[in-house]
Design a protein around this ligand. Structure first.
Ligand SMILES: Cc1cc2nc3c(=O)[nH]c(=O)nc-3n(C[C@H](O)[C@H](O)[C@H](O)COP(=O)(O)OP(=O)(O)OC[C@H]3O[C@@H](n4cnc5c(N)ncnc54)[C@H](O)[C@@H]3O)c2cc1C
Length: 334
């Protein structure tokens, strides 16, 4: 913590994950003064550090597509502005459909993408197999190919956003916890932290899976809850192309990406498993959850059927981390 702790700010942002740092960066860059971000532990220590890093623009509405395509623009530009690379690899993505309903949905989403100038094309199963030779094509009806999608390093991107925010005058404090948001007549007036009070005109709750409990203290409903999310990383696979597109199968909730010569594949539970129903432990920081194989066997088997080499190659990393989900899978804003 280099800057002295402020007593006043125009806006206080709670949470130093990717969202808080992005809000700080964009407000500071757009001329807001006295932008202060407070993080209870270290930047990225909540859920951001362990994200798989997939960057996808196939979205279900105009607004979310606009957000996602802007995100790709930012990923291309942030290094020139901050000197920090977000590790963006624009290998493209393929989303496959295993039934007609999914195919119609993917085609509709591709229409949204094209409206925003994002290239998105229907691709036949044979052509998918050419681009993704490890895939078992049985049951695949086709897919959508998006050449400008890819993957990034979530920690590096967050640090780049934080540096961009600082360059534009924002102040970022780690190891400062916001206890409550102060209000007067229903209007925000500041925050109480474990290091003192900051008065402020605006407060932005970017506390991820902590956002719900924090909101509740002020009677504000934030419909987010942490659920378990798994991924595995294989041992190195000989000959794995480093430019392999990200592959997603929404029908069975699985995804794959090349990761430094290894294959990372992830999935959510078929039956979402909530975590921290009784509250998140106070010392939770860069933590993961137990990997319970029996809980994910069903979807793991599907993943192995889709990419049969997974049955032969060793697994280097079994990872389970909490992710805050909204009730409908959409962004929670407002
Ligand atoms: C296994 C896994 C894989 C994933 N893969 C992808 C992917 O491929 N692509 C993708 O886009 N997304 C992915 N995600 C989702 C992604 O990780 C999250 O959407 C993202 O990290 C959320 O960022 P955030 O800033 O909202 O939350 P967080 O990173 O959790 O940040 C919230 C921060 O707020 C801080 N905080 C909380 N309360 C307070 C308080 N009172 N005072 C001060 N600070 C506070 C916390 O310490 C925390 O650092 C994945 C998630 C998981 C679990």
């Amino acid at each position: 913590m280099s800057a002295s702790f402020p007593k006043q700010a125009q806006v206080v942002i709670i949470g130093g994950g990717i969202h808080g740092c992005s809000v700080a960066y964009h407000l500071a860059k757009n001329g807001w003064r006295d932008v202060v971000l407070l993080e209870r532990k270290k930047l990225t220590s909540g859920t951001t550090w362990h994200a798989a890093g997939l960057v996808g623009q196939l979205q279900g509405s105009h607004a979310t597509t606009a957000f996602a395509s802007y995100g790709v623009e930012l990923l291309r530009e942030i290094e020139a502005e901050t000197g920090l690379s977000p590790g963006f690899r624009q290998n493209g993505s393929i989303s496959i459909a295993l039934n007609q309903d999914r195919l119609s949905e993917l085609k509709r989403k591709a229409d949204f993408a094209r409206l925003f100038g994002v290239e998105a094309a229907f691709i036949e199963t044979d052509a998918i197999k050419e681009r993704w030779p490890l895939m078992n094509a049985e049951g695949v009806l086709g897919g959508i190919y998006m050449p400008s999608d890819g993957s990034a390093n979530p920690t590096d991107l967050t640090q780049a956003l934080a540096r961009g925010a600082r360059i534009n005058g924002a102040k970022i404090f780690e190891n400062i916890k916001v206890e409550t948001v102060l209000t007067s007549n229903g209007i925000v007036t500041g925050v109480v932290t474990d290091s003192g009070i900051i008065t402020s005109e605006f407060v932005v709750n970017c506390a991820g899976m902590w956002a719900r409990d924090l909101g509740q203290k002020n009677g504000v409903g934030v419909p987010l809850h942490a659920c378990e999310h798994y991924y595995l990383v294989t041992e190195p696979i000989a000959g794995l192309p480093s430019d392999l597109p990200v592959l997603r199968s929404y029908c069975d909730g699985t995804y794959w990406k090349e990761d430094a010569g290894k294959l990372l594949f992830g999935f959510a539970h078929f039956h979402a498993k909530a975590w921290s129903k009784d509250g998140i432990p106070e010392n939770f920081e860069f933590d993961s959850l137990p990997f319970v194989e029996d809980d994910v066997m069903e979807v793991l088997e599907l993943a192995m059927e889709r990419v049969p080499c997974l049955t032969e190659v060793g697994i280097r990393t079994f990872f389970n981390g909490p992710e805050s989900y909204s009730h409908d899978g959409r962004f929670t804003l407002g």
